[in-house]
Design a binder for this molecule. Structure first.
Ligand code: NDP
Length: 345
């Protein structure tokens, strides 16, 4: 049997399943914006590895890449495979840097099988942490939480940190790091189950259900009697307007995301922030995690150490099946995930 034959024996697929971008969504994406196709199984060339997808990360930022608007990463192309963070197993290697059985993470296509020249792949060790953790707490969302909070938020013990999207992949880690660094931490999320989880599992001091609270400005003022020193913003919109109305002098606002607006077709208008920023000497800074790429190794080391010491924990919502990838992505906008949303193949 050829090497290819030996490798392909390990998986049951007759044809390779692939998910393409079918149309650019207007407003909220739907399953019609995705297209499933089947293609011939890939054949490994010299210098390449054959990868079998194990875990797929679905992330709110993919919504931005589905539109044609200019951003910090190029848009997905119509009728081409969508890509995201993926953990894959090397089925076959014709690249000296990898061997069959290695597990890797990388930005890969939504395909059951694919070949890669190895560029951008990082080996991950399932003995050190469950493989899915490399898409969350030990991957992009953990890095975003740690670097956004420490580089821009610069928390000091005794300060008050407010986190929106607090029960999600980034927010749940931000809040816990805030506690480790000695802050009083207030989180906002969209269900009573999430609110309970924030205080009981993740150690937040106060959690607010923004969907059942009518006056968010007052709720935050009550939860933060000394005012807000750091606001880690994952959602934008009305929630952020309410937090910004409570900031202290020299507050820092790392702007990580604005999911409340990702499906809007018109630019929404809230209070203009300039007066608040000037009056309180507030630093408000947007960022993308890749700005801090040179700090990734140090950040991962710290996150892994806290995990090992039991000072940091995480949760995941794991959905099963390649066919479920689009729906899992759509469910992010309905708040159906607790912690990191991951599809297991
Ligand atoms: P999450 O795991 O937090 O999942 C998304 C969550 O957003 C949902 O569970 C839901 O929780 C909440 N949500 C959905 N719609 C709304 C809405 N209209 N208003 C308020 N909350 C809403 O995702 P991530 O942790 O991966 O990402 C969080 C944010 O961070 C996103 O904005 C994302 O784009 C951004 N991000 C930025 C990065 C960067 O480099 N700057 C890197 C990674 C992420 P609920 O039930 O509480 O509503």
């Amino acid at each position: 049997m050829s090497t290819e034959g030996a490798a392909l024996k390990h998986h049951p697929y007759i044809m390779n399943k692939v998910i393409l971008l079918n149309s650019r969504p207007v407003g909220k994406p739907t399953t019609d914006d995705f297209k499933f196709i089947e293609e011939e199984n890939p054949v490994t060339q010299d210098g390449q590895v054959l990868l079998k997808t194990l875990y797929v990360s679905v992330d709110p930022y993919l919504r931005g890449r589905m539109s044609s608007a200019k951003s910090y990463v190029p848009p997905f192309e119509l009728n081409k495979p969508i890509q995201s963070g993926i953990i894959a197993e090397v089925l076959e290697s014709k690249n000296p840097d990898f061997k069959a059985g290695d597990c890797v993470s990388g930005m890969l296509a939504w395909k059951e099988l694919q070949v890669s020249n190895g560029k951008g792949l990082h080996k991950v060790d399932g003995q050190v942490a469950p493989l899915s953790a490399y898409l969350g707490v030990l991957g992009m969302t953990g890095l975003t939480a740690y670097l956004g909070l420490t580089e821009i938020g610069k928390p000091k013990a005794g300060e008050t940190l407010v986190v929106s999207g607090a029960a999600g992949a980034v927010g749940s880690i931000v809040g816990q790091i805030g506690k480790i660094l000695g802050c009083r931490v207030i989180g906002m999320a969209g269900s009573d189950e999430k609110i309970t989880m924030l205080t009981s599992k993740f150690g937040f001091d106060v959690a607010i259900n923004y969907k059942t609270t009518t006056d968010m400005k007052t709720a935050i003022a009550n939860a933060a009697p000394d005012g807000v020193d750091i606001y880690f913003d994952n959602v934008g919109g009305d929630i952020s307007d309410a937090v910004l109305a409570n900031v202290n002098k020299f507050a820092r606002v790392p702007v990580c995301g604005a999911i409340s607006g990702y499906n809007e077709t018109e630019v929404s208008m809230g209070p203009r922030v300039q007066t608040i920023l000037v009056k309180n000497s507030v630093l408000m800074q947007g960022f993308v995690v890749s700005n801090y790429a040179e700090k990734f190794p140090e950040a991962i080391k710290q996150l892994a150490a806290w995990l090992q010491e039991g000072r940091l924990t995480y949760t995941e919502t794991i959905v099963n099946g390649f066919d479920q990838i689009p729906q899992a992505f759509l469910d992010l906008f309905e708040g159906k995930n607790e912690g990191k949303m991951i599809v297991k193949i």
